[in-house]
Design a protein around this ligand. Structure first.
Ligand code: ADP
Ligand code: MG
Length: 352
Protein backbone atom coordinates (compact mmCIF):
# COMPACT_ATOMS: atom_id res chain seq x y z
CA UNK A 1 0.00 0.00 0.00
CA UNK A 2 2.71 2.35 1.07
CA UNK A 3 4.76 1.45 -1.99
CA UNK A 4 1.75 2.15 -4.22
CA UNK A 5 1.24 5.51 -2.57
CA UNK A 6 4.89 6.35 -2.96
CA UNK A 7 4.77 5.31 -6.60
CA UNK A 8 1.72 7.49 -7.12
CA UNK A 9 3.46 10.43 -5.49
CA UNK A 10 6.54 9.83 -7.60
CA UNK A 11 4.43 9.70 -10.73
CA UNK A 12 2.73 12.95 -9.78
CA UNK A 13 6.10 14.52 -9.17
CA UNK A 14 7.38 13.33 -12.51
CA UNK A 15 4.35 14.63 -14.36
CA UNK A 16 4.66 17.92 -12.51
CA UNK A 17 8.33 18.25 -13.24
CA UNK A 18 7.72 17.39 -16.90
CA UNK A 19 5.01 20.04 -16.97
CA UNK A 20 7.42 22.46 -15.38
CA UNK A 21 10.13 21.73 -17.95
CA UNK A 22 7.60 22.09 -20.77
CA UNK A 23 6.28 25.35 -19.36
CA UNK A 24 9.65 26.82 -18.57
CA UNK A 25 11.08 26.03 -22.02
CA UNK A 26 7.96 27.41 -23.58
CA UNK A 27 8.15 30.50 -21.47
CA UNK A 28 11.80 31.17 -22.22
CA UNK A 29 11.24 30.67 -25.95
CA UNK A 30 8.42 33.22 -25.85
CA UNK A 31 10.78 35.73 -24.33
CA UNK A 32 13.05 35.60 -27.36
CA UNK A 33 12.79 38.72 -29.48
CA UNK A 34 13.53 39.04 -33.16
CA UNK A 35 16.41 41.29 -34.28
CA UNK A 36 17.18 41.88 -37.92
CA UNK A 37 19.85 43.67 -39.93
CA UNK A 38 20.09 44.25 -43.68
CA UNK A 39 23.21 45.30 -45.56
CA UNK A 40 24.37 45.50 -49.15
CA UNK A 41 27.18 42.98 -49.14
CA UNK A 42 28.88 40.62 -51.60
CA UNK A 43 27.02 42.32 -54.41
CA UNK A 44 23.67 41.39 -52.97
CA UNK A 45 21.18 42.23 -50.25
CA UNK A 46 22.21 40.41 -47.10
CA UNK A 47 19.79 39.96 -44.25
CA UNK A 48 20.46 38.33 -40.91
CA UNK A 49 17.69 37.61 -38.45
CA UNK A 50 18.39 36.40 -34.93
CA UNK A 51 16.30 35.61 -31.88
CA UNK A 52 17.66 36.51 -28.50
CA UNK A 53 16.63 37.43 -24.97
CA UNK A 54 19.12 40.28 -25.01
CA UNK A 55 19.23 43.18 -27.44
CA UNK A 56 22.90 43.77 -26.67
CA UNK A 57 23.81 40.15 -27.38
CA UNK A 58 21.76 40.13 -30.58
CA UNK A 59 23.24 43.37 -31.92
CA UNK A 60 26.75 42.22 -31.12
CA UNK A 61 26.17 38.92 -32.94
CA UNK A 62 24.67 40.71 -35.95
CA UNK A 63 27.46 43.22 -36.28
CA UNK A 64 30.19 40.58 -35.82
CA UNK A 65 28.56 38.31 -38.43
CA UNK A 66 28.32 41.14 -40.97
CA UNK A 67 31.89 42.28 -40.38
CA UNK A 68 33.13 38.71 -40.87
CA UNK A 69 31.20 38.49 -44.15
CA UNK A 70 32.74 41.82 -45.13
CA UNK A 71 36.22 40.40 -44.47
CA UNK A 72 35.39 37.45 -46.72
CA UNK A 73 34.32 39.82 -49.48
CA UNK A 74 37.58 41.74 -49.07
CA UNK A 75 39.72 38.67 -49.74
CA UNK A 76 37.56 36.87 -52.31
CA UNK A 77 36.12 39.56 -54.54
CA UNK A 78 37.38 39.62 -58.14
CA UNK A 79 36.95 43.37 -58.41
CA UNK A 80 38.29 44.77 -55.13
CA UNK A 81 41.95 45.52 -55.69
CA UNK A 82 44.16 44.03 -53.01
CA UNK A 83 41.79 41.06 -52.60
CA UNK A 84 43.49 37.66 -52.81
CA UNK A 85 41.62 36.75 -55.99
CA UNK A 86 42.38 40.14 -57.57
CA UNK A 87 46.09 39.67 -56.77
CA UNK A 88 46.19 36.08 -57.99
CA UNK A 89 44.57 37.12 -61.28
CA UNK A 90 46.90 40.12 -61.63
CA UNK A 91 49.98 37.98 -61.06
CA UNK A 92 48.82 35.16 -63.36
CA UNK A 93 51.80 33.81 -65.30
CA UNK A 94 54.15 35.99 -63.25
CA UNK A 95 54.45 34.90 -59.64
CA UNK A 96 52.81 33.17 -56.71
CA UNK A 97 50.79 35.14 -54.18
CA UNK A 98 50.37 34.77 -50.45
CA UNK A 99 46.72 34.20 -49.60
CA UNK A 100 44.44 34.18 -46.59
CA UNK A 101 43.73 30.74 -45.03
CA UNK A 102 40.03 31.13 -45.94
CA UNK A 103 40.89 31.75 -49.61
CA UNK A 104 43.23 28.74 -49.46
CA UNK A 105 40.38 26.66 -48.05
CA UNK A 106 38.02 27.67 -50.83
CA UNK A 107 40.57 27.13 -53.60
CA UNK A 108 41.16 23.59 -52.31
CA UNK A 109 37.41 23.01 -52.07
CA UNK A 110 36.95 24.49 -55.54
CA UNK A 111 39.33 21.91 -57.00
CA UNK A 112 37.50 19.08 -55.16
CA UNK A 113 34.12 20.31 -56.40
CA UNK A 114 35.45 20.46 -59.95
CA UNK A 115 35.86 16.69 -59.76
CA UNK A 116 32.60 15.88 -57.90
CA UNK A 117 30.61 17.92 -60.42
CA UNK A 118 32.31 16.46 -63.51
CA UNK A 119 33.84 19.83 -64.34
CA UNK A 120 30.49 21.63 -64.49
CA UNK A 121 31.60 23.79 -61.55
CA UNK A 122 34.92 25.41 -62.33
CA UNK A 123 36.46 28.25 -60.30
CA UNK A 124 38.92 28.86 -63.17
CA UNK A 125 36.06 30.07 -65.39
CA UNK A 126 36.94 33.78 -64.95
CA UNK A 127 38.01 34.44 -68.55
CA UNK A 128 34.54 33.39 -69.77
CA UNK A 129 32.72 35.27 -67.00
CA UNK A 130 34.68 38.40 -67.91
CA UNK A 131 34.04 37.99 -71.61
CA UNK A 132 30.27 37.76 -71.17
CA UNK A 133 30.22 40.35 -68.38
CA UNK A 134 26.64 39.43 -67.44
CA UNK A 135 25.28 42.11 -65.12
CA UNK A 136 28.31 44.39 -65.75
CA UNK A 137 28.43 47.53 -67.88
CA UNK A 138 30.42 45.68 -70.53
CA UNK A 139 27.98 42.77 -70.94
CA UNK A 140 27.67 41.68 -74.57
CA UNK A 141 27.12 38.69 -76.80
CA UNK A 142 30.69 37.62 -77.62
CA UNK A 143 31.77 36.18 -80.96
CA UNK A 144 32.25 32.40 -81.33
CA UNK A 145 36.02 32.99 -81.74
CA UNK A 146 36.22 34.99 -78.53
CA UNK A 147 34.41 32.21 -76.70
CA UNK A 148 36.69 29.48 -78.11
CA UNK A 149 39.74 31.52 -77.15
CA UNK A 150 38.50 32.17 -73.58
CA UNK A 151 37.64 28.47 -73.22
CA UNK A 152 41.29 27.56 -73.66
CA UNK A 153 42.08 29.40 -70.41
CA UNK A 154 39.86 27.60 -67.90
CA UNK A 155 42.09 24.63 -67.12
CA UNK A 156 42.18 24.21 -63.33
CA UNK A 157 45.46 22.26 -63.61
CA UNK A 158 47.04 25.65 -64.27
CA UNK A 159 46.36 26.57 -60.64
CA UNK A 160 49.21 25.66 -58.31
CA UNK A 161 48.38 25.61 -54.61
CA UNK A 162 50.91 25.28 -51.81
CA UNK A 163 49.12 24.80 -48.52
CA UNK A 164 52.40 24.66 -46.58
CA UNK A 165 53.60 28.01 -47.91
CA UNK A 166 50.12 29.56 -47.89
CA UNK A 167 50.52 30.60 -51.52
CA UNK A 168 48.88 30.01 -54.89
CA UNK A 169 49.96 30.67 -58.46
CA UNK A 170 48.07 30.77 -61.75
CA UNK A 171 50.50 29.46 -64.36
CA UNK A 172 48.45 30.43 -67.44
CA UNK A 173 48.77 34.25 -67.83
CA UNK A 174 45.28 34.43 -69.37
CA UNK A 175 43.47 32.36 -66.76
CA UNK A 176 41.29 34.11 -64.17
CA UNK A 177 39.79 32.73 -60.98
CA UNK A 178 36.19 33.57 -60.07
CA UNK A 179 34.71 32.52 -56.74
CA UNK A 180 31.29 34.02 -57.56
CA UNK A 181 29.68 30.59 -57.46
CA UNK A 182 30.97 29.62 -54.02
CA UNK A 183 31.96 32.69 -51.97
CA UNK A 184 28.39 33.68 -51.08
CA UNK A 185 27.60 30.22 -49.73
CA UNK A 186 30.85 30.18 -47.79
CA UNK A 187 30.06 33.61 -46.35
CA UNK A 188 26.64 32.35 -45.19
CA UNK A 189 28.29 29.43 -43.36
CA UNK A 190 30.82 31.71 -41.71
CA UNK A 191 28.06 34.13 -40.71
CA UNK A 192 26.22 31.23 -39.06
CA UNK A 193 29.42 30.19 -37.21
CA UNK A 194 29.79 33.71 -35.84
CA UNK A 195 26.15 33.76 -34.66
CA UNK A 196 26.64 30.42 -32.88
CA UNK A 197 29.89 31.59 -31.27
CA UNK A 198 27.91 34.55 -29.94
CA UNK A 199 25.26 32.44 -28.30
CA UNK A 200 22.56 32.65 -30.98
CA UNK A 201 20.62 29.41 -31.42
CA UNK A 202 17.80 30.50 -33.74
CA UNK A 203 18.07 32.66 -36.80
CA UNK A 204 18.28 33.06 -40.54
CA UNK A 205 21.25 34.15 -42.61
CA UNK A 206 20.19 35.16 -46.12
CA UNK A 207 22.69 36.46 -48.65
CA UNK A 208 20.66 37.12 -51.77
CA UNK A 209 18.89 33.79 -51.74
CA UNK A 210 21.66 31.69 -50.21
CA UNK A 211 19.96 30.93 -46.91
CA UNK A 212 20.88 29.08 -43.73
CA UNK A 213 18.14 28.30 -41.23
CA UNK A 214 19.84 28.09 -37.84
CA UNK A 215 18.13 25.86 -35.28
CA UNK A 216 14.35 25.88 -35.21
CA UNK A 217 12.01 28.82 -35.15
CA UNK A 218 11.88 30.15 -31.59
CA UNK A 219 8.50 28.43 -31.08
CA UNK A 220 10.23 25.10 -31.61
CA UNK A 221 8.79 24.43 -35.07
CA UNK A 222 10.99 24.11 -38.14
CA UNK A 223 11.49 27.11 -40.42
CA UNK A 224 9.31 27.29 -43.50
CA UNK A 225 11.35 28.40 -46.46
CA UNK A 226 9.75 29.49 -49.70
CA UNK A 227 10.94 28.38 -53.14
CA UNK A 228 10.79 31.35 -55.52
CA UNK A 229 8.76 31.41 -58.67
CA UNK A 230 11.54 31.28 -61.27
CA UNK A 231 9.50 33.50 -63.61
CA UNK A 232 9.19 36.31 -61.13
CA UNK A 233 12.06 35.92 -58.68
CA UNK A 234 12.07 36.97 -55.05
CA UNK A 235 9.09 37.07 -52.70
CA UNK A 236 6.91 34.86 -54.84
CA UNK A 237 6.94 31.41 -53.37
CA UNK A 238 5.54 28.61 -55.49
CA UNK A 239 6.31 26.03 -52.83
CA UNK A 240 7.78 25.71 -49.39
CA UNK A 241 9.75 23.27 -47.28
CA UNK A 242 10.22 22.87 -43.54
CA UNK A 243 13.80 22.75 -42.31
CA UNK A 244 15.96 23.15 -39.22
CA UNK A 245 19.72 23.62 -39.27
CA UNK A 246 19.89 23.38 -43.03
CA UNK A 247 21.05 25.48 -45.92
CA UNK A 248 18.74 26.32 -48.81
CA UNK A 249 20.37 27.76 -51.91
CA UNK A 250 18.85 28.46 -55.31
CA UNK A 251 20.51 29.04 -58.67
CA UNK A 252 18.35 30.26 -61.49
CA UNK A 253 18.59 31.84 -64.92
CA UNK A 254 16.34 34.68 -63.74
CA UNK A 255 18.87 36.15 -61.35
CA UNK A 256 21.20 37.98 -63.75
CA UNK A 257 20.82 38.06 -67.53
CA UNK A 258 20.42 40.13 -70.67
CA UNK A 259 18.18 39.49 -73.64
CA UNK A 260 19.32 39.75 -77.24
CA UNK A 261 17.35 38.60 -80.28
CA UNK A 262 14.68 37.26 -77.93
CA UNK A 263 17.19 34.98 -76.26
CA UNK A 264 18.09 35.11 -72.60
CA UNK A 265 21.80 35.06 -71.78
CA UNK A 266 22.27 34.43 -68.07
CA UNK A 267 25.14 34.30 -65.60
CA UNK A 268 25.65 30.55 -65.18
CA UNK A 269 28.15 29.47 -67.80
CA UNK A 270 28.56 25.92 -69.05
CA UNK A 271 32.34 25.40 -69.09
CA UNK A 272 31.99 22.77 -71.82
CA UNK A 273 30.35 25.15 -74.32
CA UNK A 274 31.47 28.56 -73.05
CA UNK A 275 27.83 29.73 -73.32
CA UNK A 276 25.23 30.31 -70.61
CA UNK A 277 24.05 26.80 -69.78
CA UNK A 278 21.08 25.66 -71.81
CA UNK A 279 18.76 23.01 -70.50
CA UNK A 280 15.13 22.48 -69.61
CA UNK A 281 15.82 23.93 -66.14
CA UNK A 282 14.94 27.38 -64.87
CA UNK A 283 16.01 26.88 -61.28
CA UNK A 284 17.67 24.43 -58.93
CA UNK A 285 17.27 24.66 -55.16
CA UNK A 286 19.66 22.63 -53.03
CA UNK A 287 19.03 21.72 -49.39
CA UNK A 288 22.23 20.69 -47.61
CA UNK A 289 24.17 20.95 -44.37
CA UNK A 290 26.34 23.81 -45.56
CA UNK A 291 25.66 26.72 -47.89
CA UNK A 292 29.11 26.27 -49.43
CA UNK A 293 27.98 22.87 -50.70
CA UNK A 294 24.57 24.24 -51.65
CA UNK A 295 25.99 27.17 -53.62
CA UNK A 296 28.26 24.92 -55.66
CA UNK A 297 25.84 22.06 -56.20
CA UNK A 298 22.94 24.28 -57.24
CA UNK A 299 25.13 25.93 -59.89
CA UNK A 300 26.58 22.58 -61.01
CA UNK A 301 23.19 20.85 -61.23
CA UNK A 302 21.87 23.81 -63.21
CA UNK A 303 24.71 23.38 -65.72
CA UNK A 304 24.33 19.59 -65.84
CA UNK A 305 20.59 19.80 -66.59
CA UNK A 306 17.68 17.82 -65.21
CA UNK A 307 18.84 14.19 -65.55
CA UNK A 308 22.47 14.49 -64.51
CA UNK A 309 21.72 17.31 -62.10
CA UNK A 310 19.22 15.23 -60.15
CA UNK A 311 21.61 12.28 -60.29
CA UNK A 312 24.39 14.41 -58.79
CA UNK A 313 22.11 15.59 -55.98
CA UNK A 314 20.92 12.04 -55.21
CA UNK A 315 24.51 10.77 -55.18
CA UNK A 316 25.65 13.16 -52.44
CA UNK A 317 24.81 12.17 -48.85
CA UNK A 318 22.81 14.77 -46.92
CA UNK A 319 22.06 16.73 -50.09
CA UNK A 320 18.58 17.20 -51.55
CA UNK A 321 17.15 19.31 -54.30
CA UNK A 322 14.18 20.78 -56.13
CA UNK A 323 14.61 21.25 -59.88
CA UNK A 324 12.09 23.32 -61.84
CA UNK A 325 11.75 23.18 -65.62
CA UNK A 326 10.59 25.73 -68.16
CA UNK A 327 7.29 23.78 -68.33
CA UNK A 328 6.70 24.36 -64.61
CA UNK A 329 7.44 20.77 -63.81
CA UNK A 330 8.96 20.22 -60.39
CA UNK A 331 11.40 17.38 -59.74
CA UNK A 332 12.15 16.58 -56.11
CA UNK A 333 14.97 14.41 -54.77
CA UNK A 334 13.97 11.43 -52.63
CA UNK A 335 14.78 13.03 -49.26
CA UNK A 336 12.39 15.95 -49.80
CA UNK A 337 9.38 14.22 -51.30
CA UNK A 338 7.30 14.30 -48.11
CA UNK A 339 8.47 17.77 -47.20
CA UNK A 340 7.69 19.90 -50.25
CA UNK A 341 4.38 21.75 -50.16
CA UNK A 342 3.27 23.23 -53.48
CA UNK A 343 1.57 26.65 -53.11
CA UNK A 344 1.01 27.52 -56.77
CA UNK A 345 -1.06 25.01 -58.73
CA UNK A 346 0.60 25.96 -62.02
CA UNK A 347 3.60 24.03 -60.77
CA UNK A 348 3.33 20.23 -60.59
CA UNK A 349 5.58 17.71 -58.93
CA UNK A 350 6.13 15.12 -61.64
CA UNK A 351 8.51 12.56 -60.20
CA UNK A 352 6.63 11.38 -57.13
P1 ADP B 1 24.02 33.64 -57.84
O1 ADP B 1 25.32 34.33 -57.67
O2 ADP B 1 23.01 34.39 -58.61
O3 ADP B 1 23.49 33.06 -56.58
P2 ADP B 1 25.21 31.15 -58.62
O4 ADP B 1 25.43 30.75 -57.24
O5 ADP B 1 24.63 30.14 -59.53
O6 ADP B 1 24.31 32.42 -58.77
O7 ADP B 1 26.63 31.58 -59.16
C1 ADP B 1 26.80 32.23 -60.38
C2 ADP B 1 28.15 32.88 -60.38
O8 ADP B 1 29.16 31.87 -60.33
C3 ADP B 1 28.41 33.66 -61.64
O9 ADP B 1 28.07 35.01 -61.50
C4 ADP B 1 29.90 33.47 -61.85
O10 ADP B 1 30.63 34.38 -61.05
C5 ADP B 1 30.15 32.07 -61.31
N1 ADP B 1 29.94 30.99 -62.29
C6 ADP B 1 29.16 30.95 -63.41
N2 ADP B 1 29.21 29.77 -64.01
C7 ADP B 1 30.04 29.00 -63.25
C8 ADP B 1 30.50 27.66 -63.35
N3 ADP B 1 30.12 26.85 -64.33
N4 ADP B 1 31.36 27.21 -62.40
C9 ADP B 1 31.77 28.03 -61.40
N5 ADP B 1 31.37 29.28 -61.25
C10 ADP B 1 30.51 29.78 -62.16
MG1 MG C 1 25.73 28.86 -56.75
Amino acid sequence: MLIRKRLKALCCLMVLSLLFVACSSNKSSKELTQFKETQLILGTLGQITVYSDSEKKANEALSKAFSHIDEIENVMSTSKDSSDIFNLNKEAGLQSVEIDPSTMNLLIKGVEYYHTTKGSFNIAIGSLINLWGIGEEWQKLPSKDEISEAKTHIDLDQLEISKEKGTAFIKDPDMLLDLGGIAKGYAVDKGVDVLKENGIENGLVDLGGDVFALGNKPDGNPWRIGINNPEIGVNNSIARISVANKSIVTSGDYERYFIENDKRYHHIIDPSTGFPSESELVSVTVVSDTSTDGDVISTAAFVLGLGEGLELIESLPGVDGILITKNKEVYVSSGLKDNLEILDDDFKVVNN
